[in-house]
Write a new protein. Structure first.
Length: 242
């Protein structure tokens, strides 16, 4: 950092454990915001044009006072995952929103299988022809104020009014009947997801105990079929909840 001020060619670190060799960081240079997140994407840099990035320092955001503008009902629910770089119980201190959904780099298999992550994309979806896209990301920076300034210097914008920003950059549903229909569909989708997850865990734990060591193999194949069906049911619930 020169003279205490972040520049557009500097990288700003994200929180990481001391023993991590490849530290996560963000580089703002050449009109782009490049996120290096080895725990999620290996050595691939996730580059996004800075003009598509709006940034908010959550650590400096004052508490809301008085009446607030109601959150809009969006035609598609936002996907804004917290890409934590230490532990999942930590709190993010920086929000990056994209003026248009951005494609996610191929996700590492170990990150996709990690039990402590809850990502709106997976190993296969990020590698498919269609790809997986998100509306923004939450990060935990070493210095959120410096990173915010780096994004602004590179050509990003400040996210001062998140509600107004959503009205400007996302499709909003104004019809009351359509809003109610969307709410019902998303509620059903979440219930299906929850039921599929509970049944998946219960089946994975309980059924193998019922299979004898020297018994027939057909219960094992039945178990695999049931687990695959529950996995598909969960995916169906996720689609409904969007």
């Amino acid at each position: 950092m020169r003279d205490g001020a972040p520049g557009p060619d500097e990288s700003t670190g994200l929180k990481a454990y001391w023993f991590v060799i490849r530290k996560p960081r963000v580089v703002c240079d050449g009109g782009a915001v490049r996120m290096m997140l080895p725990g999620y994407f290996g050595g691939r840099a996730w580059a996004i044009p800075a003009r598509h990035v709006a940034v908010q320092d959550l650590s400096a955001t004052p508490p809301a006072e008085g009446a607030q503008e109601p959150q809009p009902v969006l035609a598609r629910e936002l996907a804004v995952p917290y890409l934590f770089t230490t532990g999942p119980m930590t709190r993010p201190n920086l929000l990056l929103m994209f003026t248009e959904p951005q494609r996610v780099p191929p996700l590492r298999l170990d990150a996709a299988l990690a039990p402590n992550t809850d990502l709106p994309f997976g190993y296969r979806s990020t590698r498919s022809e269609k790809g997986a896209r998100v509306d923004g990301v939450l990060l935990r920076a070493d210095n959120p104020a410096a990173l915010r300034q780096s994004v602004l210097t590179a050509g990003g914008s400040s996210l001062d009014d998140p509600v107004g920003w959503l009205y400007e950059h996302r499709e909003v549903v104004a019809d009351v009947m359509e809003q109610a229909s969307l709410a019902r569909r998303r509620r059903v989708g979440r219930c299906i997801q929850l039921a599929a997850m509970i049944l998946f865990v219960a089946t994975s734990i309980g059924v193998p105990r019922l299979v004898a060591d020297d018994g027939p193999w057909w219960p094992v194949f039945l178990l695999l079929a049931v687990l695959a069906g529950l996995f598909g049911l969960g995916a169906f619930g996720r689609r409904l909840a969007r």
